[in-house]
Design a protein around this ligand. Structure first.
Ligand code: FAD
Length: 349
């Protein structure tokens, strides 16, 4: 029997969020085992053009729910509309991005449908003829595999986990266009109202330009120890310092230093991760680095799976000794260079 997958399309005031291609990629993985029909759902104001281009691009049918007066994401509205829609229209899988909005409406939707929600899905595994949904837990210390529960299964998909799938590029010949079902939803007067958003004043330009980035994570222990991260970075020309999210949350460093999916995506020649476990959200942001060195006291730390050089040590102790040794060697080298110059000058005379 053909299964039904609903994919929720998110947009920013009419601008498509590219995560849709990762959701389509995840659906492709389910379809390696089960025959499925994909239907897309979009909510908002002025979404005619966008719905049309998505139906052409993907070839999937799309339900476009027009909400006059609501240009941007509105939590109570999404919950209200999706609960009504998915109570009427039965789906096996309802997939949303693990975005700030997806995290908000997806669990509420599963409650309204008396179903379950698996949040932050990172992979779909097909084993022994069964489908499992994978996600890591407790800062990557545990990996969990979930099986499908009562229908529909609501899921949020972790950004960066699935290689984007572009249906048009994959198809040969003329791709079919999906049907558009246009609906207008009269919003409840009590619906929460969006009053505006502000762009963060933080800039991450130094991380974008650096050849070498030294980042510190929770493993550095305390805010004062960040000076060792700066000390190590100073040894390299064109360098910058970065951080994992928790130490930005603690206020040890500014958010402009955060590296990862909700911080800055970096691609330096050398990335040095100090006391960073290697969560999916951090690794996604550094995987384009040319060379990765990781210093971690736990030899099982996931960061070692992607590192080119793995140093199992106390990060602060290692940096202290390394900087000391580096400076000493540099003095010796400089001393030798000076002596060589003097000697060659003497020989010329
Ligand atoms: P931990 O996971 O606590 O790891 C600390 C590491 O330090 C451990 O591996 C430990 O073995 C090691 N350690 C302990 N003591 C020492 C020592 N003395 N010397 C050396 N090593 C030591 N995180 C990001 O970084 N960037 C993001 O953009 C980001 N976005 C996120 C978005 C969402 C939606 C969510 C849910 C999470 C996001 N996170 C992000 C958080 C992410 O899931 C992890 O919690 C975070 O990356 C972990 O940071 P950490 O490695 O510093 O800390």
């Amino acid at each position: 029997m053909t299964k039904k997958i609903a994919i929720i399309v998110e947009h920013n005031a009419g601008e498509l969020k590219p995560i849709i291609y990762e959701l389509l990629s995840m659906a492709q993985k389910i379809m390696t085992l089960e025959e499925c029909k994909i239907t897309l759902f979009i909510i908002g104001e002025g979404i005619d053009k966008l719905s049309q281009s998505i139906s052409i691009e993907t070839g999937h049918d799309i339900y476009a729910v027009h909400t006059p007066g609501f240009l941007k994401y509105n939590g109570s509205l999404y919950k209200e509309i999706f609960s009504k829609l998915f109570t009427k229209k039965k789906f096996d899988y309802i997939c949303a991005p693990h975005s700030t909005s997806g995290m908000d409406y997806a669990p509420a939707l599963s409650v309204a449908l008396q179903s379950v929600c698996i949040s932050s899905v990172e992979d779909v595994l097909v084993e022994d003829g069964k489908i499992y949904f994978f996600r890591s837990m407790f800062g990557e210390k545990l990996s969990a595999k979930f099986v499908n529960g009562p229908n529909p299964l609501v899921m949020t998909i972790q950004p960066g986990s699935f290689k984007p799938f572009f249906p048009k590029k994959e198809k040969t010949g003329k791709a079919k266009t999906g049907a558009i079902t246009r609906m207008v939803y009269k919003c409840n007067e009590n619906t929460m109202v969006f009053t505006g958003s502000k762009v963060s004043p933080c800039k991450s330009s130094e991380l974008d330009k650096a050849d070498v980035i030294v980042s510190g994570g929770r493993g550095i222990g305390e805010a004062q120890n960040y000076k060792y991260i700066e000390m190590l970075a100073k040894l390299f020309p064109r360098s910058a310092t970065g951080a994992s999210r928790p130490i930005c949350d603690y206020g040890w460093v500014k958010y402009s230093k955060q590296v990862g999916i909700t911080g800055t995506f970096v691609s330096p020649k050398l990335y040095i991760a100090c006391g960073i476990s290697g969560s999916n959200q951090h690794v996604e942001g550094i995987k384009n680095s040319k060379f990765i060195v990781a210093i971690n006291s736990d030899r099982q730390a996931p960061v070692f799976q992607i590192a080119d050089v793995c140093i199992v040590e106390d990060a602060i102790e290692f940096i202290r000794l390394f900087v000391k040794k580096f400076k000493k060697e540099k003095l010796i080298t400089q001393g030798l260079e000076k002596a060589a110059i003097k000697a060659s000058a003497r020989m010329k005379n």
